[in-house]
Design a binder for this molecule. Sequence first.
Ligand code: CP
Ligand code: NVA
Length: 307
Amino acid sequence: MSTLKGRDVLSIADLSTEELREVLDLAAKLKSGEIAPNCRKVLGLLFYKASTRTRVSFTVAMYQLGGQVIDLNPSVTQVGRGEPLADTARVLDRYLDILAVRTFKQEDLETFANYSEIPIINALSDLEHPCQIIADLQTIEETFGTLSGITLTYVGDGNNVANSLLLGGALMGLNVRIACPEGYRPDISIVERAKAIATTTGSEIVITDDPVEAVKGAKAVYTDVWASMGQEDLADARIPIFQPYQVNDELMSHADRDAIILHCLPAHRGEEITDRAIEGKQSRVWDQAENRMHAQKALMVSLLGLL
Ligand code: CP
Ligand code: NVA
């Protein structure tokens, strides 16, 4: 029986090292076909922001588990007309078995979790993107056969993806380096939490403004957009600030020879990553995107206690 049954995952650090290990092992078994659990559960998707990968991978994962999915897009529910979240949460709790929410404020996820018994999954917030990072860890482990001791360097904006990489990487014993311009560093409370976790797992956390130094010896070089959803107005002004943090041939020449390139997608070619880098031999972005489905299926199997 899963130790995660009934739990919420609002942060990747809501999982312990052992629990994240359980989800990653399950994701590998689901991907290989070694196990194929079946259920008649219903997943709700309440997304306040656009999504291709998360929406489709959750939907396909639940269909493959034998369950159903309901799209609760705010434009077709009373959510978009201002019904209080606490009311919506208590009502959805009576219908659904599990709910994934993509939103802006982390507090909104906490409201859903506080007002419902069913598992609530953070499908991306301004603060974190835990589902993405489970798939990223799966991709790194598939490539190198291990996670512990691997150096992962993230270059770019210290955003939701960087925050969850810090926590998830620390939990699984990766050395996580974040290279970003001053003023764009990850959330300080997240950095401190990652450093505290790292003392228990033996990993090293480094925050720097030097991308070349940060990628030296890195086995995985990761980037994401320079302006996240909700920051569209800031995008043009950020381009010159972030230019030295572009993942390109020159930057990759300083990384480990076997280093892989990761990007959560969608990518802005010519900004945070070049076309050559994303299309080249080192890129694992399509495997990474595929793993969203296996990783989230594993998470749902665990949270629903299907095994
Ligand atoms: N990486 C990711 O979460 O993609 P979507 O925004 O398309 O879901
Ligand atoms: N940091 C990006 C990730 C998109 C998947 C955003 O929040 O828009």
